[in-house]
Design a protein around this ligand. Structure first.
Ligand code: ZN
Length: 387
């Protein structure tokens, strides 16, 4: 999560939002936003790193109300039609045809168009988020993993691992020779545990999903967690809605509720750590299993983790080769952000984002500030296609 200065958050963004500057400054669109689900009512936030991507229902309602009032939320199908025009081949090299194309692309959507997306397809997307979207008459593109094509729900492996690391009593010792792990004293302090967890996520992303499952089972034993440690996440309705992925029938209900469904890999590894074979299976395999589960084409791909540290140009090529029509990152975004067909930027919405901060992000204002004053290069440029 990026640090936003208190002056921007509490003074500048609210003033610019109120004055209408942000919506009038909006450049070419559409802009895409990413959610990760909505807290089930009564769920107690356990850890901000674990839960920071989800939204409170009321905060989501306030954002959708703002979007309805000041912007134009489009459907996933409208986005697809726009993308087909945007990236269509020009008829010839003369200036006129490219001008005509630009005009056709511009006219294909209303000004200030926004696409809503949501990653991971957790159970709460169906129980908490879809009813809110229905109240506002809006549709959203949900990126589901291959787990949601299965008959029984499961947890995202990296979240399950995080919960295990949080639940371990005292200093952590682990021994997994196949993964080169032999550690006997990870401090119980939250920062150290978080860093240790992420090092495991990076390490295990080289392995196939069944090997990762095997590692998690052994970690559960080695950390001294009880045999039925997982059962609370299935039996407690609130925990199940927060942590379980939709199963096949849930996924079908999501589509039947008028929502779009895209693919989010088979098992959510960090692609930058995966071999070519594994990354290809994860990308192309997710299209196959989700299309089979839904009985309809799946045209969009959302990269797991989705930033420039976890996605490589190879993965963009794989998404294209697998037959997706476009693919989405999870960084950058806002009106006027660079758009490559297989690395479309998105504004990542977090639980801590204020309403005016949300608008400063979608308008592209915050992004342009960052590019102007930060020494960091435009990260999206790293994924510029070579041809
Ligand atoms: Zn994800």
């Amino acid at each position: 999560m990026r640090f936003v200065s208190p002056a921007l958050k509490h003074l500048v963004f609210p003033a610019l939002s109120k004055s209408g500057y942000l919506r009038h400054a909006a450049g070419d669109g559409p802009a895409v936003v990413t959610y990760h689900g909505v807290f089930p009512s009564g769920y107690e936030i356990r850890n901000s790193a674990l839960d920071g991507n989800l939204m409170h229902a009321e905060a989501l309602r306030r954002q959708l109300e703002l979007l309805k009032r000041r912007y134009h939320v489009i459907t996933p199908d409208e986005f697809l039609r726009w993308s087909e025009l945007q990236w269509s081949e020009e008829k010839s090299g003369d200036g006129k045809s490219s001008q005509e194309k630009r005009a056709a692309v511009k006219q294909s959507l209303p000004p200030r168009s926004i696409l809503l997306t949501c990653d991971d397809a957790l159970r709460n997307t169906l129980t908490e988020m879809v009813p809110i979207l229905h109240d506002f008459g809006l549709s959203c593109l949900f990126f589901a993993t291959g787990a949601s094509a299965e008959p029984t729900p499961s947890m995202l492996w990296y979240e399950e691992l995080y919960l295990m690391v949080l639940d371990a009593a005292g200093p952590i010792a682990l021994n997994l020779p196949e993964a080169g792990i032999s550690i006997n004293n990870v401090s119980p302090r939250p920062k150290q545990r978080h860093a240790f967890w992420w090092s495991l996520v990076e390490n295990f992303s080289q392995f196939s999903a069944p090997s990762r499952r095997e590692f998690l089972n052994r970690i559960q034993q080695q950390l001294g967690l009880s045999e039925n440690w997982r059962s609370k996440f299935v039996e407690d309705t609130r925990l199940a809605a927060r942590f379980l992925t939709l199963d096949k029938s849930g996924l079908q209900q999501l589509a039947a509720a008028g929502m779009g469904v895209g693919a989010h890999s088979l098992s959510h590894p960090i692609f930058a750590r995966a071999s070519d074979d594994l990354a290809w299976q994860e990308i192309s395999g997710s299209k196959t299993v989700l299309e089979k589960a839904l009985g309809q084409p799946v045209w969009a791909f959302g990269y797991p983790f989705g930033n420039t540290a976890t996605v490589t140009r190879r993965d963009l090529n794989f998404a294209e080769r697998a037959g997706f029509r476009c693919a989405f990152m999870n960084t950058g975004g806002g009106f006027g952000a660079t758009n490559y067909r297989f690395a479309i930027p998105r504004v990542h919405v977090t639980a801590h984002m204020s309403l005016s901060e949300f608008e400063a992000n979608i308008s592209g204002f915050y992004r342009s500030l960052r590019l102007r004053f930060s020494k960091r290069k435009n990260e999206e440029e790293q994924l510029r296609p070579t041809s």
